[in-house]
Structures are given as C-alpha cells and as structure tokens.
Ligand binder design. Structure first.
Ligand code: CFM
Length: 471
C-alpha cells in the first residue's frame, strides 16, 4: 500500500500524496510522500512559521545574545519560554524576551525609529551583553523596514557591539524549515570567519545542529572532553555568538540535526574545506557509532573504545532492564522531521519497540528517504499531518505511547494514551548513553502510569452517573 488516502481526508484528496505506508518489496526510489510543500488550505497544519524556525530553534539558544524581535509583541511572546535549552550562563537566554512591540502607528509610519530605540534600550539595560540578533517578522517585512541599516547605525553609535540581522518573516517559506536555512546562510555569509579562536588541542570539531535540549549538548561536550577534542563551536547549544563566528577553524563538522543546520556544514565544506561528518547521537548503538566515526577521523580509535566501554559499564544494565519491559510496545513519533530518522531504528534496536507511525511537520525529501529506509514494512509516514489524520492513525495502529509536543500531546492525553514530550523531553537529556536510559525511563513511566487507567475509569464512572441521573 503506497500513497494512501485517510478516511478523514475524503474532502481533501490532495492529502493522499503526503501519506505513505511502507509495503513489502518497495523502496524509496518508488514512493516518497510529498514534503516541504505549501500546506493545503483547510488541513489545519501543526507547522510553525519561518521566523520561528530561525529564532526559537537556532538563534534563541545562544547564551550571550539579545534576541530583538522586530514585530508585534505576540511574535516575541510566543517564541519565548517554550523550549528547554539551558546554558551555563545562568540561563540568560531563557529569562528574557525582547521586542519592538510594533503598534498600529509604527506599521503606518514605519518601525525603524522604534527598532533603533529598542536596540539601544536593550543594550543599556544589559550592559554586560554586547551581541544581538535582530529578526524581522511578517508585519515589519511587509512595511519594508530596513533592519540592516538600523543595525549598522547602532553598531557605529555604540562602538563595542556586534549585531546579526535575520530577515526571515513568518511568510518567507512553507514552514519553520525556511528559517533554519535563512539563518544558516546569513551566518556563514556575514559572521563566520570574523573571529579567530584559540586552538588548544590537536583535534578540533564544530558540533552542528544540537541545541542543548535539557542538556543534550552537555553530554556530547563531556564525551569530547574525555577524548581530548576541542569544540571550536557548538551551533548553537550552550554557545556564544563569537564561538559561532570562529567555526572556520575546526577540522571537521560533526552534524547532528542535518535538517536545521546541514546548510551551514555544507558551506563550511565548500568555503573552508571542512569535511562534514553526519552522526546520530540518540540511542546506544548510534552513540557508539557516532563516537567511532569521530575516532576514525582523528585516528584515536583506542580512546573512543575505552570511552564506549566505560559508558556501557555504567548504563548497559539499566538499558537492558527497560528493554525487557518495553520490548514489543508500539510507538508513534510526531515531531519535526529529523527525530523520526534518529529514533525509529534506535528505539527498535535498543529497546525492542516497534515504531508504527511517524509524522513530520517540515521534513524534506531527504528526511523521508532516511526514515523510510530505516523503518520497516507496514509503518506509516505522514508529511504535515493534521489532527483528524492523527486520530485515523491511532485507530489504525493503536500505539502504546506517542512521542510528540505538548500541543498534540494534549489531544493524545484526551484519548488516554501515554505521551512523551518528543521535542523538549520529559526529564532529559536524551542524548548519549545516559540520555538513552533517561528516554527509556520516561517511556516506561508513561506506559505504566496509572493515570491513564484512572482517567478512563473516571470517565466510565461519570457516564454511568450521568445515565443514572446522580451526577
Ligand atoms: Fe532539528 Fe531540533 Fe528537529 Fe528542528 Fe524542531 Fe526541535 Fe524537532 Mo521540535 S532543530 S529539526 S525545528 S532536531 S524544535 S530541537 S524537536 S520540531 S525534530
């Protein structure tokens, strides 16, 4: 059964091109669901906007940078405090939100004056901070404000600040994916190569596409430290603005989220000859494989093997405990895109689970190629799924647990299914060996939580009471 029309899509038959069920003997050269296309009107997409992809996903992670959002207040508020990326800078980036708070009169008469005033005010309020990202939004892009010109004026007036402007309003693309792209290319064009790092090791890497979700980057940084490898920059988990300006000096780019930051790795390769090494760092087998790739690159295989052995010693027995209890459970994954291919085989190999359905909000063709080739027959793959399709899938595959975000998670809870936060995690980190155990623990706790049963009982009791008139 290749491309498939769900029951709920009878009135939008175009959706058929976005749903694929892997059949025996087929491969990805025959079928791929359509992706990275405009959402079909009426399907109620779960996607984010292009501005959000730039600000919330990548720029906002930097630990020493003011994120000035040039637009109505909602664009700032809605991309503040909804992601969990800590830093060792006292979580500066999580505490504050900055906006030019565009009002109707600014829209009518132009917002540049307001932008300049807000930028100067923000720097004055935070005298220790000397770096800033400025983002345009739909409103300010439509009226034609020129934030780059304003940034130049502010840099000149203040003298000691550096500003990066991201011109990627919400409407710039079909999803948040466009924001990743615009920010990546802007950064390499304007900022990479403008700071020289201090090199302290004969082995140097860029980590690319890891955003320190609940401390993921800390786990990877710990491994690099044990291996004696210097991280020139992590784009952008727990990173500073200036570290990311010095990425041109690393020997290799180790790429985690290829979707959001593969563009930058490719440009570093083209412009500076830095090779790109793609890895997966969720799950036991993948983490070991990732470390081995790095080991081979630098010729430090012995150190890597010692590290893997040490970690296995610490975590393998715990993982096996969960494997015994989670084997055979069915999982659905509904996240952005990359986590589908990072997780599908990892959950099956490490925990014996079966991944039965996956939905990607904004993955491109290459993401579907990766996930479908790693998945098994009968698995369902959907691009940009909507709510009703989710319900169809639940009926078709009856997962024991769903990985998704809090928004879809609320729906999942209402049908009394366990849910694990696949974007920001329940109790991470989830990367590396220790992360794999945390993830297994959260799945185990979700699957075995008495809450779902109690909620179901409660509904039965309430319905009985309503029928008998005693409610
Ligand atoms: Fe990369 Fe990400 Fe993801 Fe992503 Fe995202 Fe995310 Fe995601 Mo939520 S950068 S593409 S835009 S791995 S926020 S940390 S979890 S949808 S699969």
């Amino acid at each position: 059964m290749p491309l498939t029309l769900f029951k709920s899509d009878e009135l939008i038959p175009e959706r058929k091109k976005h749903v694929y069920i892997k059949a025996p003997g087929e491969d990805i050269t025959e079928f791929l669901p359509l992706s990275n296309e405009e959402t079909i009107p009426g399907t109620l997409s779960e996607r984010g906007c292009a501005f959000c992809g730039a600000k919330l996903v990548i720029g906002g992670v930097l630990k020493d940078t003011i994120q000035m959002i040039h637009g109505p207040i909602g664009c700032a508020y809605d991309t503040w405090h909804t992601k969990r990326y800590p830093s060792d800078n006292d979580n500066f980036q999580l505490k504050y939100v900055w906006s030019t708070n565009m009002k109707e009169s600014n829209v009518v008469f132009g917002g540049e004056k307001q932008l300049k005033a807000s930028m100067i005010e923000a720097f004055k309020e935070m005298p220790d901070i000397k770096r800033m990202f400025v983002y345009t939004t739909c409103a300010t892009a439509l009226i034609g404000d020129d934030p780059k010109a304003v940034a130049k004026q502010v840099e000149k007036e203040l003298g000691d600040v550096d500003i990066f402007v991201v011109e990627c309003p919400g409407f710039a693309g079909v999803s948040q994916s466009k924001g990743h792209h615009v920010l990546n290319i802007g950064w390499i064009n304007e900022k990479v190569g403008t700071v020289e790092p201090e090199i302290t090791s004969e082995y140097t890497v860029n980590l690319i596409g890891d955003y320190n979700i609940q401390g993921d980057a800390y786990v990877l940084h710990g491994y690099m430290e044990k291996l004696g490898i210097q991280i020139v920059a992590d784009f952008t988990g727990n990173a500073t603005y200036d570290e990311c300006r010095s990425m041109h000096r690393a020997q290799v780019s180790v790429v985690n989220c290829a979707r959001s930051a593969g563009y930058l790795a490719n440009e570093l390769n083209k412009r500076y000859g830095i090779p790109r090494l793609d890895v997966d760092t969720w799950g036991f087998s993948y983490t070991a494989e990732a470390l081995r790739k790095v080991g081979v690159f630098f010729g430090i295989e012995d150190r890597v093997e010692a590290l893997i052995e040490e970690e296995m010693e610490k975590y393998k027995a715990k993982m096996d405990w969960y494997k015994e209890r989670l084997s055979g459970k069915k999982v659905a994954i509904w996240t952005g895109g990359p986590r589908l291919w990072h997780w599908t085989k990892a959950l099956e190999d490490d925990l014996g689970m079966t991944v039965v359905a996956m939905s990607s909000k904004f993955g491109h063709q290459e993401d579907f190629e990766k996930v479908i080739s790693r998945g098994h027959e009968g698995a369902i793959y959907i691009d940009d799924a909507n709510e009703l399709e989710f319900f169809d899938v639940l009926e078709m595959v009856h997962p024991d647990v769903v990985f998704t975000g809090p928004r879809v998670g609320e729906l999942i809870k209402k049908v009394h299914l366990p849910y694990v936060n696949g974007h920001a995690y329940h109790n991470g980190p989830y990367m590396g060996f220790e992360g794999a155990v945390n993830m297994a623990r959260d799945i185990y706790n979700a699957v075995n939580s008495p809450m779902m049963k109690l909620a179901a009982d409660d509904i039965v009791a309430q319905s009985k009471a309503i029928i008998s008139g005693s409610f």
